[in-house]
Write a protein of this length. Structure first.
Length: 147
């Protein structure tokens, strides 16, 4: 859970870093000015949509830093999270797909190919069980699936 007071301090740090007023910051991330005021005063907690708008508008803001203070601000090369390598099936072997592969599951060009793909069977891990899978969408929404 996000500590609202610490989140507010990090939000103030972002606003000061970009030398913006609270109202110009609100305009820049396309939220109501009252939203910023209510967050800064501690009245409201940040929504997922609000957080995602900040990260999308200001690429120097690291998501993990914004949410829980871990990482750096502004984002540095050493602390950026790389895109995960997506496994692909070739015959019966599991191979690593390159980051720029045309089979990349996250690119929009693969949407038409998704119908033909089946789920990859990962190696059986008897000592581990999946508890929860969360899928985040570009529009700031998400789906959570529990086992």
């Amino acid at each position: 859970m996000v500590n609202t007071k610490e989140f507010t301090n990090r939000l103030r740090e972002i606003i000061e870093y970009y030398d913006l007023s609270a109202s110009s910051f609100a305009d820049k991330i396309e939220v109501g000015r009252s939203s910023i005021s209510h967050l800064l005063s501690g009245r409201n907690k940040p929504s997922l949509e609000f957080v995602m708008k900040i990260v999308k508008t200001f690429p120097e803001v690291e998501l993990y830093w914004l949410l829980n203070g871990k990482g750096t601000f502004p984002k540095t090369e050493e602390h950026t999270v790389e895109k995960p390598v997506i496994p692909k099936v070739s015959g019966s072997k599991l191979e690593s797909a390159s980051k720029n592969s045309e089979d990349d599951l996250f690119s929009s060009s693969s949407e038409s190919k998704m119908e033909d793909k089946s789920l990859v069977n990962l190696p059986n891990r008897k000592d581990k069980k999946i508890a929860k899978v969360i899928i985040f969408y570009e529009d700031g929404t998400f789906d959570a699936f529990k086992n």
